[in-house]
Design a protein around this ligand. Sequence first.
Ligand SMILES: [Ca+2]
Ligand SMILES: [Ca+2]
Ligand SMILES: [Ca+2]
Length: 236
Amino acid sequence: MTGGACVGDPNNDRYPDIFFPSIHKNGKLYINDQNGAFLDKSTEYFGYDMNKNKVNRGNACMFFDMNNDGYDDLYISTVGHKRFYFFKNVANGTKYEDASFTAGLENKKNDASQAMTAGFSMDTADVDNDGYLDVVTTEWLPLLNLSPRDIQFGKAPPTNSRFFLNLRNETFLDFTAKANLEPSLHAPKDLYFEKMCDELNKKDLQYLMSKINEPYKKSESSGVTLCSKPACTTLC
Ligand SMILES: [Ca+2]
Ligand SMILES: [Ca+2]
Ligand SMILES: [Ca+2]
């Protein structure tokens, strides 16, 4: 899915809750009342005035527990904005605080390029088997951010397609290049959907992608081992 709602359990009561991102408004969090209904708890969790756009240009979203405290944290990709949003779950599952920059998940565009985000789907998996979930994000049109001069000199695109390694201290490291996942100038455009998995349980990463009107397929760089020694010795 390129964008849309996500399901998680931010209050850790074992009843699934729903977040709906919004391009033009803040997005809404509905908490399961355990009786077949969902209650809009956006203001309580985010503390924002719904009439003011605090979370701009939301597109896709994903709940995942980045620090294994039992409470799902929330990541939101954006389109046509300067950054993504990452919300840390605090106060025993009753509030979210914007931890985008402290966690290293702001996924900003290259400041010099004046480029805007084009974030699409995201996924999470424990790629290095350290017990902490890692994150992959994708971008709709990675080459939009390049000037003709950038392309001429082969500059790597400052794309929102990133792989973030969880450093187990509530921060993430952009590990895209070291994981051999940096989109190249010849990378497929319109990369819409990704999935990380370990289908053969070989403790490595298969990186799956699809393009418009093409079937879901495994990328040529499948089987990237992210924590082979010695590359990750100091990081994992
Ligand atoms: Ca719940
Ligand atoms: Ca958490
Ligand atoms: Ca991990």
